[in-house]
Design a protein around this ligand. Structure first.
Ligand code: HEC
Length: 148
């Protein structure tokens, strides 16, 4: 009887841990999806599909900054190898080359901070979005895997 209780307790604890990891995965994906949405809104302005709107720019930059701040915590060791829903997964290189990943985050943070202070009109947006986009793409190229 005692043994059953212990086993049940162990199972409960590991189930809790799995849930926490899945939540972490969901948070990470939601954050990246928001980045995608914000980047899309900026691209629409650059293409002339939407009029230039400073508040949309500010909201996007604020969210990129938030992402840069959170990125170091988004891929803890505990989620390594965990299944990500959807089309993308983190590459195992995130954990194998931690220093490289962290230097990518640092460079993304710097570029976003610079861009944020510079984007005041459409011309600046065109220039800066290319620079920021290269940072997103640079990290994805090495550290993100497109499934299937
Ligand atoms: C330092 C690395 C890094 C940077 C910088 C970065 N990303 Fe990501 N991104 C990832 C990783 C790893 C994944 C795969 C895990 C995931 O999907 O959440 C990802 C996934 C995504 C996804 C797919 C989300 C999904 O699961 O459907 C989008 C969209 C995205 N990123 C947009 C962006 C945009 C836009 C930027 C720049 C503003 C950016 N990312 C900057 C690492 C990064």
């Amino acid at each position: 009887m005692k043994r059953i209780v212990v086993v049940a307790a162990v199972l409960a604890v590991s189930a809790g841990a799995v849930t926490a990891q899945q939540d972490q995965v969901k948070t990470t994906q939601a954050m990246m999806k928001d980045n995608g949405k914000n980047a899309g809104a900026l691209v629409a302005m650059v293409k002339g599909e939407k009029p230039y709107d400073q508040s949309t720019v500010n909201a996007a930059m604020a969210q990129f900054e938030e992402t840069a701040k959170k990125l170091p915590t988004l891929f803890p060791e505990s989620i390594k190898g965990l299944k990500f829903e959807g089309d993308y997964s983190p590459s195992s290189k995130i954990w194998e080359d931690k220093a490289g990943f962290e230097s990518h985050i640092a460079s993304f943070a710097k570029v976003v901070a610079d861009a944020k202070s510079r984007i005041k009109d459409l011309d600046a947006l065109k220039t800066e979005l290319t620079v920021v986009g290269k940072q997103c793409g640079g990290c994805h190229e090495t550290y993100r895997i497109k499934k299937g």
